[in-house]
Design a protein around this ligand. Structure first.
Ligand SMILES: Cc1cc2nc3c(=O)[nH]c(=O)nc-3n(C[C@H](O)[C@H](O)[C@H](O)COP(=O)(O)O)c2cc1C
Length: 330
């Protein structure tokens, strides 16, 4: 069933899955013709933004779901995902899970939306009737989301997102790490490989140019002058948007959470909605608690992430920055 050529073919689709900061931490090793090892490139962790490794593990989960969808298109399926608890890293990679493949599965309709899904960081146009119907369908189909609507509630979340974002930006290590993964100019050799390109972040060139100073050496001064928070504000991006609170069972392995997260994103893509996670809202305990309380996230569920979503006011950015498939096989 599996050989190097088949694996390369599968990974061309799997690598389109989302990953935090587009670090693409997932690596693969063939273990025979029906098994694979999923490994983590430990040089790509985010010690400042993701000290527990939760988002990296969630990203692996999204890659596993991507593999499941790619296999389904080829009459194959994931038979088992066995997390490896006590494995040790060697040569810069850490075994995360052993995956067994089997023959026979009906293709999953969501596989058709893998190449169209994207992080939409531009603005939104007002929701028309079709947009309202799409939102309704999305929230009806995905049991893991709580939809928030209404200009006042959305603006309150936008202000909370600014507060949460600023809280993290004030941490020097966090800002340095974010800048490290930003690809602010096409002359960056990694522009098409990984990280957050100016185009993907919907930043005009001049803003991208200024960002390296605002988040870099100028930040302490701008903060003292009271300007940093205003410059970093993303409040305007919530105009015309809805918000989806994505929640999953407390205590769930992020490998499983990541699979559901990717499926939810593909489902909204299937409804022609565009979205972007606003992780800071879930990551900052103060904003997480407020959202859970205000919007009645069900007991026993954990607020994992928050999507800003709606009808995009423009076209998605062109090609995606991704590592070559050959580099994903170790
Ligand atoms: C766990 C996780 C958290 C993320 N958080 C954010 C976020 O807070 N803000 C953001 O703009 N994108 C966020 N993203 C989206 C990634 O940056 C995006 O998936 C990556 O850059 C690849 O781009 P693509 O989604 O367009 O394929 C997150 C993705 C994952 C998997």
């Amino acid at each position: 069933m599996l050989d190097r050529a088949v694996l390369e073919d599968l990974l061309a689709e799997v690598r389109l899955a989302p990953s935090v900061h587009n670090i693409q931490p997932t690596r693969w090793r063939l273990l025979g013709n029906d098994a694979l090892l999923l490994l983590e490139d430990v040089t790509r962790r985010l010690p400042a933004a993701d000290p527990s490794g939760h988002d990296v593990r969630l990203s692996h989960g999204a890659a596993i779901e991507g593999l499941s969808l790619a296999l389904g298109r080829r009459g194959l399926k994931l038979a088992e995902v066995e997390p490896l608890i006590d494995a040790a890293a060697s040569d810069g990679v850490l075994p995360v899970a052993r995956i067994t493949i089997a023959a026979g599965r009906e293709p999953d309709g969501l596989a058709d939306f893998v190449s169209a899904r994207t992080s939409w960081r531009g603005g939104f146009r007002p929701l028309d009737q079709a947009g309202e119907a799409a939102l309704y369908m999305f929230s009806a189909m995905v049991g893991d989301v709580q939809l928030v609507r209404g200009a006042e509630a959305i603006d309150a979340i936008a202000r909370l997102a600014d507060e949460a974002g600023f809280h993290f930006l004030c941490d020097d290590a966090h800002r340095a790490e974010l800048l490290h993964w930003m690809r602010l100019s096409r002359s960056d050799p990694s522009y098409e490989r990984d990280g957050l390109s100016a185009e993907a972040m919907a930043m005009p060139g001049v803003v991208a140019f200024g960002t390296r100073f605002v988040l870099g050496p100028l930040f302490p001064l701008l903060r003292r002058l009271g300007l940093a928070a205003t410059l970093a504000s993303e409040r305007g991006k919530f105009a015309n948007s809805a918000v989806a609170l994505f929640h999953r069972p407390e205590g769930e392995d992020p490998l499983t959470t990541g699979r559901a997260f990717y499926r939810a994103w593909l489902m909204l893509t299937a409804q022609r909605l565009a979205a972007c996670p606003v992780s800071v809202l879930a990551d900052w305990p103060a904003s997480n608690r407020q959202l859970v309380d205000r919007h009645s996230v069900p007991p026993g569920r954990r607020l994992v992430n928050v999507f800003r979503l709606g009808l995009p006011a423009g076209s998605p950015p062109g090609g995606k920055a991704r590592l070559p498939v050959a580099e994903l096989i170790v």
